[in-house]
Design a protein around this ligand. Structure first.
Ligand SMILES: [Zn+2]
Length: 80
C-alpha cells in the first residue's frame, strides 16, 4: 500500500496544496481534533469510554483522503 501523503496521527490544520476540497479537509481536521485519543487510549469525545480510534476518527481520516481524491489509501490502523 502506498504511504499516506500526511501523518494520520498529526495531520496539518491547513489543507495541503494538492487538496481538491479545502472545506472537506477543514471539517475532517476538526473531527480528527475532537476525536483525539486520551492518555489512557480512549476517545476524549465519545462517551461512554470508546477506545481510540473511534468512528469519528475513522471518518476524519476518510475525509482527509477523500479531500485529496485518495479514498483507497485508508491505513489498516484506521479501518473498522
Ligand atoms: Zn470519538
Amino acid at each position: 500500500m502506498a504511504p499516506l501523503p500526511f501523518d494520520p496521527n498529526d495531520p496539518p490544520a491547513r489543507p495541503p496544496s494538492a487538496c481538491a476540497d479545502y472545506l472537506m479537509w477543514s471539517m475532517a481536521y476538526r473531527l480528527h481534533r475532537d476525536h483525539r485519543s486520551s492518555a489512557d487510549g480512549f476517545c476524549v469525545t465519545c462517551v461512554p469510554g470508546q477506545f481510540s480510534p473511534c468512528i469519528g476518527r475513522y471518518l476524519a481520516v476518510r475525509g482527509f483522503l477523500t479531500s485529496r481524491n485518495l479514498p483507497d489509501l485508508l491505513p489498516a490502523s484506521e479501518r473498522l
